[in-house]
Design a protein around this ligand. Structure first.
Ligand code: IPE
Ligand code: IPE
Ligand code: MG
Length: 248
């Protein structure tokens, strides 16, 4: 496991996105119910948020609940929503202490009213946080994000506010829920699954992927450093050749 001193402080990704996966399998290994895994995921969230803020990551996006997750058994969905309310309330002091500002992306209006209230409160309370922005992806999916952007964009075109020929990649990016947030340089996924699961489809175009077999409840700050170290050893070519990168 990597120590913080092994991280190059000059090469910290501005935006790290995380697919926090494997809570159910973690619980099963322990002979518990799936919700036991979700309950034990909070330490991993706290350590990741603190470690990211400390090394200088500006944006951390955590995939907490996908659009597809609504199709899980009703009791699991309900337990996850209750846990969300509880966690936001419990963790807000930590966010304040670390000067972390909370933001949320996704179909927030589909969350239970208690979740929406708790979220809105925490977002308001932490709005002065200038060290890092923590973005919670809730009831989120990449295809929803793009579809919603297309709706807004079409509305503006129909109203004459936007010329179709003037639409650029930047225009489209400005309609996404991540408007104003740089694309993630690094995506971490736990539990070994090698897929995107409808996360930030547009934004992940050139993101470095880091997949670990570790289950999310076991993820600690040292594992976050491992991911950063792996990222720092990558050569990001963006379609160019290796030789071109060394020529200034
Ligand atoms: C991730 O863990 C948490 C959510 C998707 C809400 P899972 O609940 O997907 O755990 P596994 O993948 O079944 O082990
Ligand atoms: C992805 O995990 C969504 C979140 C971590 C919130 P899932 O467990 O839902 O992903 P799949 O269905 O295995 O791809
Ligand atoms: Mg899963």
């Amino acid at each position: 496991m990597a120590a913080r001193s092994e991280i190059d402080s000059q090469n910290i990704p501005a935006h790290v996105a995380v697919i926090m996966d494997g809570n159910g399998r973690w619980a099963k290994q322990k002979g518990g119910l799936r919700i036991f895994g979700h309950q034990n995921a909070i330490t991993a969230v706290r350590e990741t948020v603190e470690a990211a803020a400390e090394v200088g990551v500006r944006f951390l996006t955590l995939y907490a609940f996908s659009t597809e997750n609504w199709a899980r058994p009703a009791h699991e969905v309900m337990a996850l929503m209750q846990l969300l309310v509880h966690t936001i309330r419990q963790e807000t002091p930590t966010l304040l202490k670390n000067k972390v500002r909370l933001q949320a992306i996704g179909q927030i209006e589909n969350l239970p009213a208690s979740c929406q209230r708790e979220l809105a409160e925490a977002i308001e309370l932490t709005k002065a946080g200038d060290r890092m922005t923590l973005v919670l992806a809730l009831s989120y999916s990449g295809r929803w994000d793009l579809t919603h952007a297309a709706q807004q964009l079409a509305t503006d075109v129909a109203a004459g506010r936007l010329e179709p020929s003037a639409i650029t990649e930047q225009t489209l990016a400005g309609y996404l829920s991540t408007k104003g947030i740089p694309d993630p340089e690094l995506l971490i996924r736990t539990s070994g699954e090698q897929r995107i699961s409808n996360f930030l489809l547009w934004q992940l175009a050139y993101t470095e992927l880091y997949i670990t077999d570790l289950l999310w409840p076991d993820f600690r700050r040292e594992h976050f450093y491992d991911a950063l170290r792996a990222y720092q050893q990558r050569e990001r070519r963006f379609g160019k050749t290796s030789e071109q990168l060394t020529v200034s």
